[in-house]
Design a protein around this ligand. Structure first.
Ligand code: UN1
Length: 491
């Protein structure tokens, strides 16, 4: 199957005539080919989006929202088949794939509801017989660049708020996972979303992404992906004075205090560290544990890991699927080598799986290092795989200090039964998301999603906060006094 771009409501081939295969990471089967579009397709898509935008902005928000309801119903109807495609192209296990499609459904209905809210503000004027209000106005054409690890959910965190607020969209999905975007484009068509409102251009990041950021008619860029690429997006966007919203890496930690329910903590750590094979920005990659319970926690973790089943995510018996590709596998293996050289102790795992039935796919064992110190590269850098580092501390203060010692600030968690420690931690942990007695993953779509420091640039996906990315505040003054009233004149 050859995927096509979706531009101005039509299925357009790319003019480069080049394409690359889409590979199932569980077994290297070729699923489709994805076109490597050029700046020509980007221009076509931006022109279509620009043409549609005025009419779309003038469409009442509740009417715009009706399309999101329809999209939500379609996603619901197709949930199982979409989850199967998602598992095939990305590798995550089927129960997680269903969960991700559900996130997209929830986002559709949540943002559709926004069509009847989109609250503005009224404010008393300083002058008599004058009315003042502020409303959210759409910005124009927005460019979305989305990652492969959540190919449908993250796209909906961005596209749905953009659409309901009256913007039009050009979306470039990750090259590794175009199928979910292709399915989404089919849904746009099926629900009769007016042409040009949502366009999808497939291709390699540097060509399509750069053309999108540089196009003068694209006013907002929303990006989720690696820090390396995010920095380039911000630099290029800054040069062209674009509003840029970034969500990048994490080095998320679970803190386990001496009074924690250890069995619960282990469950939380296992789920957050090895779910999605560790390939979430929110994945737990550090455990910061009080010295009194370190040994016990380690042995419980090793025992729990021995029960995890690895394999093709389509088989619901498997709890851990493959990583995305060979390059990811290699990067993870390199970090394991670095950890050994740095003097950390390998507690369990450490290898890629190369014998049948794993040899055709990209599988890595759940891996845990202990006796890790906070300065080590494995404790500082994002690995994006199933590798966990255990760091011992002596107090809550030290745990918080270690948590905050990394350049990222996405998610953190504390396991404790002590209400005083919990409240102190939620205040002092420098991350955009804090969990208490739960792992670092599982953010819900109606709360702001994003992080501090190197994780982002102050914007948030999801929740009401997403509206801020795709709208400008417009302040409107209506003078009904019948005379010219001059403000800020002091006689
Ligand atoms: C991501 O890690 O890129 O909070 C997104 C979670 C999911 C979303 C993760 N709801 O783990």
């Amino acid at each position: 199957m050859e995927i096509r771009n979706y531009i101005d409501g039509k299925w357009r081939p790319n003019d480069s005539l080049q394409s690359i295969p889409v590979i199932n990471p569980a077994n290297s089967e070729q699923l489709a080919t994805v076109p490597l579009s050029t700046d020509v397709q980007v221009r076509e898509a931006v022109n279509a989006a620009k043409k549609a935008q005025r009419f779309w902005a003038q469409t009442p928000a509740p009417k715009r929202a009706e399309f999101l309801y329809e999209i939500g119903y379609k996603l619901k109807e197709k949930k199982e088949s979409l989850a199967q495609i998602l598992t095939k192209e990305m590798g995550k296990v089927i129960e997680e794939a269903r969960g991700e499609v559900q996130e997209a459904i929830d986002m559709a209905f949540y943002m559709a509801g926004e069509g009847r809210r989109l609250f503005g503000e009224t404010t008393p004027s300083e002058l008599a017989d004058k009315f003042a209000m502020s409303v959210r106005a759409p910005i124009g054409v927005v460019g979305l660049i989305t990652p492969w690890n959540f190919p449908i959910a993250i796209a909906t965190w961005k596209s749905f708020p953009a659409i309901v607020t009256g913007n039009t969209v050009v979306w470039k999905p990750a090259t590794e996972t175009p199928l979910m975007a292709y399915e989404m484009a089919k849904i746009f068509e099926e629900v009769g979303l007016p042409k040009g409102v949502a366009n999808v251009v497939f291709g390699a990041g540097s060509t399509v992404g750069t053309a999108m950021i540089e196009h003068p008619d694209v006013k907002v860029i929303s990006f989720t992906g690696s820090t390396e690429t995010g920095r380039k997006v911000a630099e290029l966007g800054g040069r062209h004075l674009k509003k840029v919203s970034l969500e990048m890496g994490g080095k998320n930690a679970v803190i386990v205090m001496e009074d924690a329910d250890l069995l619960l903590a282990v469950e939380g750590i296992i789920w957050s560290a090895f779910g999605t094979a560790g390939q979430r920005c929110t994945a737990c990659s550090r455990v910061i544990v009080h010295k009194d319970v370190k040994r016990k926690l380690e042995s419980l973790l090793v025992e729990a890991i021995s029960k995890l089943t690895i394999g093709d995510g389509l088989d619901s018996a498997n709890k851990i699927g493959p990583v995305i590709n060979g390059a990811a596998l290699e990067k993870i293996a390199q970090y394991v080598e670095i950890g050994k050289q740095e003097g950390a102790t390998l507690l369990v795992g450490g290898n890629s799986l190369t014998t049948p039935p794993y040899d055709e796919g990209f599988y890595f064992e759940p891996t845990v290092f202990t006796n890790v110190t906070k300065e080590m590269a494995i404790a500082q850098e994002e690995i994006f795989g199933p590798v966990l580092s255990i760091i011992e501390v002596e107090s809550l203060e030290e745990a918080i200090e270690v948590n905050n010692s990394v350049k990222f600030g996405l998610s953190s968690s504390i396991f404790s039964q002590d209400i005083n420690k919990i409240f102190q931690a939620q205040r002092d942990l420098d991350t955009g998301i804090v969990y208490v007695n739960a792992g670092t993953t599982g953010a819900e779509i109606h709360l702001p999603f994003g992080g501090t420091k190197g994780t982002g640039n102050g914007h948030r996906d999801s929740g009401q906060a997403a509206l801020d990315v795709y709208t400008e505040w417009k302040s409107i003054y209506v003078d009904y006094s019948g005379k010219l009233q001059r403000a800020q004149i002091d006689t």
